[in-house]
Structures are given as structure tokens and as C-alpha cells.
Design a binder for this molecule. Structure first.
Ligand SMILES: [Zn+2]
Length: 405
């Protein structure tokens, strides 16, 4: 061993000792509320407060500079508890945006939790799940933290997913031919082009863009947590001239290649080499709609702004496109006998539902997991090989969908 080598080892050892002794970076602490909010900041708070049971936000001093791709852990206080989140995944994106996901360890009182953060020049947008659901957003040069209702009771999470029978059967054929286990090295990268209406972009473009990335960040963590070798990537964000307000009509309109709007969006999609198009819309009854088992020409989904993050709507709708269905109680006729999501509703406060499932009528928490005989939640498998294996659907089709463009 030469001297240089020994010196490097010494440095490595020193670095390890230092990193072990360094505390987690503080993420935020309580702050005083601003006197008043105007313009975009006021609108952002109003929009964010729609599903908050308490409309008064907690204003926080947030250390945006602590959120980096290589940040190992972050700590913060929530409801009187000191919590530490350790990195599950941290990425610096091409435009400089930081995407960071962490896990909050379970203790005897509470289930495990999660935090997903997106850092842009405007600040940090994030979701914390720890029994309850919280959203962090920048507003007026500061940040606020709002508790959101985990059930979003005012709206069903997802509408009936529209699938045209002819498209469905052709997608099934394609899947049967091409849907073999992918063997590509590294994760399949599914590029998502996000488009929104000019009106939404004008009113809250920067906010919506951060929420879109946060939905993707959150979805990517569900893939890591469920051992699915895929990642979504934002291929672009484009405002478009579209005035419709119904999500299901919008889906129909953009799936039809003959409409002018669809032609324009398809051109943008080709330009961005995006596998999938996500249209982001304002208020509707639903959180999202998408066709089940889409072909390359039909890979369109619609997601409502306020459902972009905290509700797994982005991975849910993409899950439909890739070929997964809801839990059998809320959907039938799956593409494959094992393509169902699952809800478990007889465990009281431990009730849960998977990414593709509807919540239990008597309340349940989204487990943020995909069904599978090899994915665990609360000490048990989330699924089985016969009926509940959304992970297998993802694994068998991820490379096919990643190759749409
Ligand atoms: Zn759905």
C-alpha cells in the first residue's frame, strides 16, 4: 500500500466519523405570519387551503439550502415531535431543480412516514405524511405548512377511468406480445410531458410546475419502495390554448388525434420525446382520469392541480396507462387477472389501500405501496400472485411504455 492510498483511506475514515457525528440538517422552524399577502402569494395560499380542515397555515422559516441531492437526513418538528427523515432518493434535475424523498422511521405511537420535497428558485414545495398529511409551499418569499385532509372528502380520488373498448383490446394485444419482463440495465425512464391551460399557467404557473414535479417525485418514491425498476421524468411543461373544464371531456378531446388541440399537443410530445402526456386542470369532481392499458397513441392522462401531490394521483393515473386497475370492489375487467389494486378495510385505524385502490368507505390511509406478493406493508404482503400484483404489471410493461417515444 503506498502513502497516497493510506492517506485516502485515512481521509475516508475521517469523513465517515464526521458524517456519523454530524446532526441531520434542520429543515424548518416556526415563524411569524406575514402581515398580509397579495397577488400570486395570496392566490397560492387560497388554492392550497381548499382541502385543509384548518385554513390557518403554520408559517415556517425553511432552510431551502439544506435540500440538496446528497442531503443524507433532515430534521424538523411536527406537532411537538422532533422527526428525522433519511434519504430514500435525491436527484438534481437538468434544470437545477432538486427532488428529495426521505423516510421517517416508525415509532411505537405512529406508523412510518415519508417526506417528498422539490426545491426550485421559488423555494421548497413538499408533502409530509406522518399519520396526517401536510403540504409545504412557498408564498410571498416565505413558506407555510398546511395540514390537508387525508381523505380529501370533497371529491372522489379518481373518476371512472375511461377506456375505449377498441383501444383496450388493441392495447391488450400489444401488451401480450411486448409485455415480457424487461431486462434493460437500470430503471426504465418514462418521460412525462405536462401541459396545462393558459389560464392556469397565467394565474399560478410556477406553483403548478412545482406541484407537477412533486407528484413525479412522490410517484418515483413509490416505485423505489415497491422495488419497481422505473422512474418518471418531467419531459417538459407547456401552457396550451384549451378552455375546457371537464376532465373526462378533456381526456376524450386529447385522445382524439383529429382535434386541433390534440394535434398541437402531439407535436409538443414528439418534440419533447415524451412517452406520456399529463394534462393538468383546475376544479373538477375527480382527481384524475386515464385510459387503462393505453397504446403509444393513447397515452394521455388528466390530473387536477390540487391532487397533483399528496394523493399519489400521478403514479395512479400512469398506473392505469401502464395496465393496472382499481381494487376489485371499485373496478372490474382488469387487463390481467392479477392487475388489481387492493383495499383492506377491517383493521380499524390501520386500514389501508394501495396506490391503485380507492379508499375504504370507513376511511383508510394510502399505503403508497403497489400490490405484490413481495412488497410488504405493516408486516404483511400487499398482494398475491393470483389477483393483486400491480408491481408485476409495472415490471412487465415499464420498458414498453418507456419506449413510446
Ligand atoms: Zn383510477
Amino acid at each position: 500500500m503506498n502513502t497516497l492510498h493510506r492517506f485516502n483511506l485515512l481521509l475516508t475514515g475521517l469523513a465517515l466519523m464526521l458524517s456519523a457525528s454530524v446532526d441531520a440538517a434542520p429543515l424548518f422552524s416556526p415563524a411569524t405570519a406575514p402581515d398580509s399577502l397579495h397577488g400570486r402569494a395570496a392566490l397560492a395560499l387560497k388554492m392550497a387551503s381548499q382541502y385543509s380542515p384548518s385554513t390557518a397555515p403554520l408559517w415556517i422559516d425553511l432552510a431551502a439550502s439544506a435540500v440538496n441531492a446528497d442531503t443524507a437526513s433532515l430534521e424538523f418538528e411536527l406537532q411537538g415531535q422532533r422527526l428525522t427523515a433519511t434519504r430514500v432518493q435525491g436527484v438534481r434535475l437538468a434544470d437545477g431543480t432538486i427532488s428529495w424523498s426521505g423516510a421517517i422511521a416508525a415509532d411505537s405511537q405512529e406508523d412510518e412516514g415519508s417526506i417528498d420535497l422539490v426545491r426550485t428558485p421559488e423555494g421548497v414545495t413538499g408533502i409530509i405524511k406522518r399519520g396526517d398529511l401536510y403540504r409545504i409551499e412557498p408564498a410571498g418569499g416565505r413558506h407555510h405548512l398546511l395540514s390537508l385532509d387525508t381523505q380529501l372528502p370533497a371529491l372522489p380520488r379518481h373518476g371512472t377511468d375511461h377506456s375505449a373498448p377498441s383501444l383496450l383490446s388493441s392495447a391488450k394485444d400489444t401488451a401480450a406480445v411486448a409485455g415480457k419482463a424487461s431486462s434493460a440495465a437500470g430503471p426504465s425512464v418514462i418521460r412525462v410531458l405536462a401541459v396545462t391551460t393558459n389560464a392556469i399557467d397565467k394565474a399560478q404557473g410556477a406553483r403548478v410546475r412545482s406541484l407537477i414535479q412533486l407528484g413525479i417525485t412522490e410517484g418515483n418514491r413509490t416505485y423505489v419502495d415497491s422495488n419497481i425498476d422505473a422512474q418518471m421524468e418531467l419531459a417538459g411543461y407547456e401552457p396550451i390554448a384549451y378552455g375546457g373544464t371537464s376532465m373526462s371531456q378533456a381526456l376524450q378531446y386529447f385522445r382524439d388525434p383529429r382535434t386541433p388541440g390534440s394535434k398541437a399537443v402531439r407535436a409538443l410530445r414528439d418534440q419533447a420525446k415524451a412517452d406520456v402526456v399529463m394534462l393538468v386542470m383546475g376544479n373538477d369532481f375527480y382527481c384524475g382520469v386515464a385510459p387503462v392499458g393505453a397504446s403509444a397513441e393513447d397515452a394521455f392522462m388528466v390530473v387536477r392541480v390540487e391532487c397533483l401531490a399528496g394523493n399519489d394521483t400521478v403514479p395512479h393515473e400512469l398506473g392505469h396507462i401502464i395496465g393496472s386497475s382499481h381494487n376489485p370492489e371499485n373496478g372490474s375487467g382488469a387487463l390481467y387477472p392479477y392487475a388489481y389494486g387492493r383495499q383492506v378495510c377491517n383493521l380499524g385505524r390501520r386500514n389501508w389501500h394501495s396506490v391503485m385502490a380507492y379508499p375504504c368507505q370507513n376511511r383508510s390511509a394510502r399505503a403508497q405501496k403497489w400490490t405484490s406478493p413481495i412488497v410488504m406493508h405493516d408486516g404483511r404482503a400487499t398482494g398475491n400472485a393470483q389477483r393483486f400484483d400491480n408491481r408485476r404489471v409495472m415490471e412487465e410493461n415499464r420498458e414498453r411504455v418507456a419506449g413510446f417515444r
